[in-house]
Design a protein around this ligand. Structure first.
Ligand SMILES: Nc1nc2c(ncn2[C@@H]2O[C@H](COP(=O)(O)OP(=O)(O)OP(=O)(O)O)[C@@H](O)[C@H]2O)c(=O)[nH]1
Length: 243
């Protein structure tokens, strides 16, 4: 079903940054939410910008998700731009890696520091719960970290398995920030989607009642997407695809 361009002018947009240490399953989580599928291997060393119109509680929402790849596990080197860009943040760790929880906690503190003037909802997700025999982080440790760092939700999941709770975490998060977002969108200083919109193609005309289609994904090198806020980045993007 297609909507007229005019009909879409009131569709709210929500931007989510997925962050966490390398190999915790950020890409797998993002693709699981948007497509309901699990894909085992993803390219690393690139940030992925997903853009999809979803129907949540019978309301359309333009959702943009940046899956921030993590080439260095040094918190000092984590790029700040996605945190300023986002309306909400999903911080992921791996229950089989204690250091990934430590990193996630550092990220949560960084998010709250950078966004102290303009707070945004954060969610903490412990992934790979299927690997019980390799577990290094107890559920209570993750939950405590989430509470201590003001996360609105905490969840242990296995993205490899199809669990409704994964979808409801995102849906709740999007609902949580939707009202705030609609009032601030008019005053945004810059827009990644506007800047690279021509690359993404005309996804604006696509309405997806099923979350498994209708989206686009742009693959960019992190430095190209975030270090500069200018359009010249366009030429450095390496690939555009559909979900
Ligand atoms: N057992 C298990 N493996 C998972 C799960 N989720 C992801 N993986 C695996 O973990 C590895 C890393 O997944 P990615 O989604 O690429 O992780 P990432 O955080 O995006 O990694 P970077 O791009 O390096 O930052 C892959 O081999 C996935 O197949 C899960 O729930 N269970």
């Amino acid at each position: 079903m297609k909507m007229k361009t005019d009909d879409r002018s009131n569709v709210p947009k929500v931007r989510i940054a997925i962050i966490g240490m390398s190999n915790v399953g950020k890409s797998a989580l993002t693709v699981r939410y948007l497509t309901r599928r699990y894909i085992g291997e993803y390219r690393s060393n690139t940030d992925l910008l997903y853009k999809q119109t979803l129907s949540i509680n019978n309301t359309l929402v333009d959702v943009e998700i940046v899956d921030v790849c993590c080439t260095s596990n040094n918190i000092e080197q984590f790029p700040e731009e996605p945190i300023y860009w986002a309306d909400a943040c999903v911080v992921v760790y791996d229950v089989t890696s204690k250091s990934s929880l430590t990193y996630a906690i550092d990220l949560l503190k960084t998010v709250h520091k950078l966004r102290s003037q303009n707070p945004m909802p954060t969610v903490l997700i412990g992934n790979k719960a299927d690997l019980e025999h390799l577990r290094e982080v107890e559920e209570i440790e993750g939950r405590t970290a989430a509470i201590q760092n003001n996360c609105s939700q905490f969840l242990e999941v296995s993205v490899a398995e199809n669990s409704l709770s994964i979808y409801s975490v995102f849906d709740l998060l999007i609902n949580e920030c939707r009202s705030t977002v609609s009032s601030t969108q008019k005053t945004r200083k810059f827009s990644v989607s506007k800047m690279i919109g021509t690359l993404i193609g005309n996804s604006n005309g696509k309405i997806s009642n099923s979350p498994s289609n209708g989206g686009t994904v742009v693959v960019c090198h992190k430095s190209d997407l975030y270090k500069s806020r200018f359009l010249k980045r366009r030429q450095n993007c390496t690939k555009t695809g559909s979900l």
